[in-house]
Design a protein around this ligand. Sequence first.
Ligand code: CP
Length: 359
Amino acid sequence: MATEFDPNPTTPFLEPPFDSAATHPEPGGLFENSLLDLKCLGEFEGKSILSARDFTFTQVTEIAKLAALLEKLEITHYHPLDGKIAVTAFFEASTRTRTSFESAMLRLDGKIISIPDGGLTGQAKGESLQDIGEMFNAYCDLVIMRHTDTDSLERILENLRVPLINAGNGSGEHPTQALADWYALLKWKPELAEPKPEGAPKLHLGILGTPGSMRAVKSFLLTALLFKDHIAGVTVISEMADPFGEDVARDVTDAGIYYEVSNDVREFLPRLDVIYMNSIAFLGDSYRTLDSRYKLDAESSLKEGAVILHPLARLDELDTSLDKTSHNLYFSQAHGAVFVRQALLMAVLGRLDRLPQLS
Ligand code: CP
């Protein structure tokens, strides 16, 4: 089953930041002359979203196409999530993930029970996640959880029977961040959603961080492996000689993608097309020993046309002098997350049939 897209959508896409050359790609390029594969999107119905390892290439590109449509369409009139309730249970601080999920639910006419601080739950009295999960079954249709503990997913899933979306579990994963990352890249280069034509240029990715222990970096890299035909290689900039860890190293090796590890971004900058940064400043005292080998600003020798992604929050590894330059794709990445999460919520909650029949 497939639905066609409205060639004349009613809502303008989000505008770039005021007085800025930041890269803010128009979403239409992702769905022009394209059909939405509702069968593929239907695979998400009733499923938990725990790891980027669970995604297929087609699922990532179809979620991006639906997100692009939602970015241009005034969808609230169709009440897609009417009657659905999500709990956002955040046992760790968040600016973007919780509020963008809540914004996505509300724009789809769904309802939210918001727990912005896990300390406000029975956890403060020693209650287990297993018991909290059992309670959530009665309160909602979906749980979106962030937690400081990597094993928190297994614990809540012992009793949870409604779908769970992992909004970041310790040093584990952040799969919906990866969807937002790749949505930004797919809007920037819509051809990434298609098979690579013979001789077409490939992208060189740079990653500043440690995929083995930084959840956003890990989920981004795992998703990047699905796009391996479009990728010339991955350069990881890390203090660690083995920044992947055993599991991710196996994934990268199995994908057969070329990679290299360095501890100085400056020697690679002139050939990187995409630079994925992370909040290495939050690593604490060890960061004090890091220097300009891990920082970017408007004076850095970035390749012309190169874009920077950062899941944010940032400290001084990503200087604000880059905000108004065309290298800034990170604001588009953050803004687009609302539409990616709308697309995912509609798919997981089985409400794709509420999409208008467009022609
Ligand atoms: N990208 C991201 O996870 O941001 P928050 O920590 O603000 O949710």
